[in-house]
Write a protein that binds this ligand. Structure first.
Ligand SMILES: [Zn+2]
Ligand SMILES: [Zn+2]
Length: 388
């Protein structure tokens, strides 16, 4: 099946085809380090593993797995040198404050500090989250959400509204801290276990990233006044990038207790899906299309892949909702919406943004971003725009 190369692209968070190039343009040779540590031969193999199509990489034990993962973060944040390019027996030293970034020398660290100090404290959190995320693979996370909503969904419009209904959340977070896999994690991770409060916060951040896409979808329904109690609804999730599909299941949306909503996720080119299944009436026409981090603003290649989808959503008057990682990405996306003369209904900060900061692996001093931190939604063409 053709895929839409839906990753955010150059300079963005997740490695994808374009991501590998941007890794290497920031830190020459880094993509090779990643492949070597994972015993992989090329990008295709890497991608297959990330997407869960290939079996996990055979590591001797968890200690080796965490050590190799850390190796992929080892380069000088100041001058981009990899360990193998250091003279003689010299090794990289880690920033003692964040335990996240490395330097080849005191001089490089000193020169880098004015930039690094702006993100050092947050990078400390990222370094913890990066390890805690392993609990997504063991099944400890996401935590089950057990509470029935005590408020109608029209009154759940922010994290505060949602958190107020979660009576058992603290107990579930605490139970995660004492799980067997949490013990295994910190006895294998090659760094000290964080303080209890820090660790609980981290578990919440990882959980919030998972829940963010669920609650954002619920919010998107609200924005278009779509109510499954009035009529059954069809929602299509399109072009999800790697982190959205990693471990994702349609049951994830049970939290919303939507009832009569038919949800389908599609990873290939959506306009092909539309031609082959929607136009032939094999699949229902959607009441809402949601795209998490489609990244069509990122480069001309991605925009080209997305263009037929954006236009068909506009021309068939389908409510469309997209999220992006940052204000800058929103701005770039809005330019495209404007150029395509779409009827923008709303845009701005997403009230259900993830709480987990995301680091650009090859460029750790870049401002940290958050999944689904901004959104935009549109429906149909701009009023008064000429027919296309
Ligand atoms: Zn250096
Ligand atoms: Zn630091």
């Amino acid at each position: 099946m053709a895929t839409q190369s839906p990753a955010p692209g150059t300079g963005s968070v997740y490695s994808n085809h374009t991501g590998f190039h941007s890794l290497d343009s920031n830190v020459p040779g880094l993509s090779q380090v990643i492949l070597d540590q994972l015993n992989m031969s090329d990008y295709e193999e890497y991608r297959a593993a990330i997407e869960g199509k290939a079996k996990g990489v055979p590591f001797k034990d968890y200690k080796e797995m965490f050590r190799k993962m850390e190796e992929t973060f080892k380069f000088c944040t100041g001058c981009s040198k990899l360990p193998q390019n250091l003279p003689g027996t010299e090794t990289l030293k880690r920033c003692a404050k964040c335990i996240n970034v490395y330097y080849c020398s005191k001089a490089c660290q000193k020169d880098d500090w004015p930039g690094h100090k702006l993100v050092c404290m947050k990078l400390r959190l990222v370094a913890i989250d990066r390890l805690v995320e392993w609990l997504m693979f063991t099944g400890d996370l996401p935590l089950p959400t057990e509470e029935q909503w005590s408020k109608p969904s029209t009154e759940v419009r922010s994290w505060e509204d949602w958190l107020a209904m979660q009576i058992g959340l603290d107990a579930r977070l605490d139970a995660c801290l004492t799980s067997g896999n949490m013990e295994t994690l910190w006895s294998s991770a090659g760094r000290p276990r964080p303080e209890t409060d820090d660790l609980r916060d981290s578990v919440w951040r990882v959980q919030s990233e998972f829940l963010s896409r669920v609650l954002t979808l619920g919010d998107a329904l609200q924005r278009f006044n779509l109510d499954p109690r009035t009529k059954p609804l069809t929602v299509h999730l399109v072009g999800a990038s790697l982190n959205e599909t990693m471990g994702a299941r349609l049951t994830d949306y049970d939290e919303l207790n939507l009832g009569r909503v038919y949800l389908s996720a599609y990873k290939g080119l959506y306009h092909q899906f539309w031609e082959e299944l929607v136009e032939t009436k094999e699949a229902a026409r959607p009441d809402l299309v949601v795209g998490f981090h489609p990244g069509f603003h990122a480069n001309p290649g991605l925009l080209k892949g997305w263009m037929p989808t954006l236009l068909l959503l506009r021309d068939f008057n389908i409510p469309a909702f997209f999220t992006v990682f940052s204000e800058a990405e929103l701005k770039a996306s809005l330019c495209i919406v404007q150029e395509l003369e779409m009827n923008l209904l709303a845009s701005g900060p997403n009230p259900f943004s993830s709480h987990k900061p995301e680091q650009v692996q090859s460029c750790p001093n870049k401002p940290l971003v958050y999944c689904h931190s901004q959104f935009l939604c549109y429906q149909g063409p701009l009023l008064g725009a000429p027919d296309s």
